[in-house]
Design a protein around this ligand. Structure first.
Ligand code: AMP
Length: 221
């Protein structure tokens, strides 16, 4: 099973990916997480990626594609994977198609999470994440706060705000999203793999419900 998660920053891709990962027993691979790990370990890749990430820009395609290629060659992806945050440009989507074709695989579904535009910025800037790498639970200070401010309900570790979740960087990331990533919906519409759905607090349609619908859709596909 190969699943691609599409959607604006903080649209809930990671949360839905986690549920689908447990359902299908395949790894959820977040390109942003891989970059952040490399940044914290100060690897060559991390130092390079950080130049772009701190500005809310995309890491160049060649760097990102080689990073993903290396990750997809790991053995835990042999039964499938969920890609969260990759591809983010048409060039990356084409590179992914080529990689999959070479290994005789194909994308089963592209889950495109739509969020009302006025909700996106709020979701990004109020997002808080558990600092425990084994937990990584996600909260929202308004919509879904932790019981004790700044502390994870699940594991008791401290919550933090991502460097790029501040208002200025978030605005920039949204411009980048609409210019470079949103066109991917057209790309995947043509392949027949696109499944668009809404995840929104406004209409009270959250990760559990969206994931259930995706699982049901795949059963009947
Ligand atoms: P995310 O955690 O998915 O929000 O990604 C955080 C940041 O990592 C993005 O704003 C980009 O700077 C970088 N990044 C993650 N995935 C990609 C990608 N597929 N292509 C380029 N840059 C990426």
């Amino acid at each position: 099973m190969i699943i691609i998660m599409l959607g604006a920053p903080a649209s809930g891709k990671g949360s839905v990916a986690e549920i689908l990962s447990a359902e299908y027993k395949i790894p959820a691979i977040s390109s942003g997480d891989i970059f952040r790990k490399n940044i914290s370990e100060q690897t060559e890749l991390g130092i390079k990626a950080n130049e772009y990430m701190t500005k809310g820009q995309l890491v160049p395609d060649d760097i990102t594609v080689s990073m993903i290629k290396a990750r997809l060659s790991e053995s835990d992806t042999k039964n499938g994977m969920i890609l969260d945050g990759f591809p983010r440009t048409v060039k990356q989507a084409e590179a992914l198609d080529q990689m999959l074709e070479e290994s005789g695989k194909k994308i089963d579904i592209v889950v495109n999470l739509e969020t009302p535009e006025d909700e996106i910025l709020q979701r990004i800037t109020n997002r808080r994440i558990c600092s425990n790498p084994e937990c990584k639970a996600v909260y929202n200070t308004v919509l879904h706060p932790s019981k004790v401010e700044g502390i994870c309900d699940k594991c008791g570790s401290k919550l933090y705000q991502r460097d790029d979740d501040t208002i200025e960087k978030a605005k920039n990331r949204l411009v980048v999203y609409f210019e470079q990533t949103a066109p991917l919906t057209e790309y995947y519409k043509k392949t027949g793999a696109l499944y668009s759905t809404t995840l929104s607090q406004k209409i009270n349609r959250m990760k559990e419900e969206v994931s259930k619908d995706v699982i049901e859709y795949l059963k009947n596909k």
